[in-house]
Design a protein around this ligand. Structure first.
Ligand SMILES: O=P(O)(O)OC[C@H]1O[C@H](OP(=O)(O)OP(=O)(O)O)[C@H](O)[C@@H]1O
Ligand SMILES: NC(=O)CC[C@H](N)C(=O)O
Ligand SMILES: [Mg+2]
Length: 517
């Protein structure tokens, strides 16, 4: 999950893209980048770190033009802290392309080999997004009639991409001299929302990972890009949409609703806030089956993401809701930080207890999810240190037992606290007196109740069922192996750097030598 934005406007877009990235920061804290175009010349600035740290006034001034794209990165392929893998990515042929990608490809290694051997394209990083850009470039080259590109050729190229690429991808691409192209994978795993701003100069168009940038930048939410669909906005700001996948089915990532997205976003016509309230309602029903509500003195959320669920759960159980943890607003999201010791330290820096909410009480702590158990373990300890009598813990989502290969950095079973453990064993590990997990059906229903057209989900981290059909045990083993291998380049790196690197499959670099096939 990264944050992406693309916009075609009637006035300069640099500030618009910066402000949009600021409200998508929760989707990626590792690197950020903006590219704009004036005529057919691209301008770009990108770098490691948070949006506010990457862009200085001089960088903003160097981003002229009325259309552009932006990205904030949460790495799932290649390495964290690797500037070369920051996005957008550029390729000069055909026409000049600039791409930003949210998601993760599951056949990147195979594609990289094809690109090198058949398409004669060199991939210079371990980023799957660079692979995706080059596949698109190759397909555009094939589809273009001579030196001219028309809409049919663009949509044909996207069709070609869907045929070759597997995995999750929501993408915005600038085609120099032509316009902004955006598309979503045939399962719609990662979100992509379309918005419009009506101005006296005509319509302006924006595509973004979530609807929050549309709200904050004065765009009206029009629709979501459909799974498999491509949206093209030309430089006169005419917008066309076309389904480019032979088969498609809306199966968004369930974890977007649980944790990734901001609660004030609408994704696939679903209010993230409303689903989280529903998750809390359903969790309350599950808690009742396991713990007598009279035994619980207070319900306490673990800020931030669990707040709506905890609030609704407390209300449904008739138990006071209290803010027992205060969050340091200057610390980012812990889960998406690279490196386990950074994550662990950050939980302590980020959250502190309000003593009177714990002293002598039986507390019910609520979180949206337990993944590695970093947060829950620290939090239970802090609750006890603050004097809690009993510490119950409830998770608004089911146990996360399987790796995610579609754009969330949880690629190995070994690091997931729930893999191979019973609820009681997990409770013992995090130190809770009782642990209650949401049932998967209830979680799915919490989302589907807001949009009955969603028939399926990518719920792979809960079920081990990978909807793209190409992820098997051998694939997962290879990722684990590659993750556990220490890359030579990182021999001298710190433990954190080591873990941060190689976050998913390593894509081998190819070098063509004279005489080689
Ligand atoms: O079991 P773990 O591996 O610790 O992961 C799960 C935790 O990480 C996330 O919080 P995070 O601090 O990232 O963000 P938030 O402030 O949005 O809750 C999530 O909300 C859980 O609290
Ligand atoms: N989380 C994402 O969307 C990551 C995008 C891409 N796979 C990268 O690692 O840079
Ligand atoms: Mg959290």
């Amino acid at each position: 999950m990264c944050g992406i934005i693309g916009v075609v406007a009637s006035t300069p877009v640099n500030q618009l893209l910066y402000d949009g990235l600021m409200v998508l920061q929760h989707r990626g804290q590792d690197a950020a980048g903006i590219s704009t175009a004036e005529g057919s010349t691209f301008h770009m600035h990108k770098g490691p770190g948070l949006v506010r740290d990457v862009f200085r006034t001089r960088n903003m001034r160097a981003l002229p033009g009325n259309w552009g794209i932006a990205h904030c990165r949460y790495p799932t392929a290649g390495s964290a802290y690797n500037f070369a893998e920051a996005q957008p990515f550029y390729v000069n042929s055909p026409f000049g392309l600039m791409l930003a990608h949210n998601g993760n490809l599951t056949n990147a290694e195979e594609l990289k080999q094809q690109l090198f051997k058949l398409d004669l394209r060199h991939i210079n990083t371990n980023s799957d997004s660079e692979v995706l850009l080059n596949v698109l470039a190759h397909e555009l080259q094939r589809a273009a009639r001579g030196t001219v590109l028309d809409q049919d050729a663009i949509f044909t190229a996207v069709r070609g991409v869907h045929k070759r690429v597997r995995g999750a991808y929501a993408v915005v691409v600038m085609i120099a001299g032509y316009g902004l192209l955006a598309f979503r994978d045939p399962f719609g795993i990662r979100p992509l929302v379309l918005g419009k701003n009506v101005t006296p100069e005509g319509n302006e168009w924006m595509l973004a990972s979530e609807s929050v940038p549309l709200d904050t930048l004065g765009f009206e939410r029009v629709d979501d890009a459909a799974p498999g669909e491509a949206v093209f906005v030309d430089l006169d700001r005419n917008m066309v949409r076309k389904q480019c996948a032979e088969t498609h089915a809306l199966s968004p990532c369930l974890f977007e609703y649980v944790y990734l997205a901001r609660p004030d976003s609408m994704l696939d016509d679903v209010s993230v806030y409303e689903t989280r309230l529903r998750m809390g309602e359903a969790l309350a029903a599950k808690v009742r089956k396991i713990i007598d509500p009279a035994e619980i003195d207070v319900v306490i959320p673990i800020p931030d993401s669990s707040r709506p669920a905890a609030l609704q759960m407390a209300q449904a159980l008739g138990i006071p809701f209290r803010e027992g943890f205060v969050k340091n607003r200057y610390i980012g999201r812990t889960f998406i930080m690279p490196g386990q010791s950074t994550r662990k330290k950050s939980v302590r820096q980020k959250l502190n207890t309000v003593g009177q909410e714990f002293a002598g009480k039986n507390v019910m702590l609520v979180d949206d999810s337990i993944v590695r158990g970093t947060t829950s373990h620290e939090i239970v300890e802090m609750a006890r240190a603050a004097g809690a009598k009993k510490v119950y813990f409830a998770s608004a989502s089911p146990p996360v037992r399987f790796p995610n290969v579609y754009g969330i950095d949880m690629p190995t079973r070994g690091e997931l606290i729930a893999t191979g453990r019973t609820d009681a064993q997990i409770a013992a590990l995090i130190g809770a007196d009782e642990l209650v997990y949401q049932d998967l059906e209830a979680l799915e229903e919490s989302v589907r109740a807001c949009n009955p057209n969603i028939t399926g989900f990518d719920a792979s981290c809960f079920t081990g069922n990978y909807i793209t059909g190409d992820v098997d045990a051998a694939y997962l083993d290879a990722i684990e192996q590659s993750r556990n291998q220490k890359p030579a380049a990182q021999q001298n790196a710190s433990e954190d750097d080591d873990e941060a690197g190689n976050t998913a499959q390593q894509i081998e670099m190819f070098v063509r030598r004279p005489g080689q096939e």
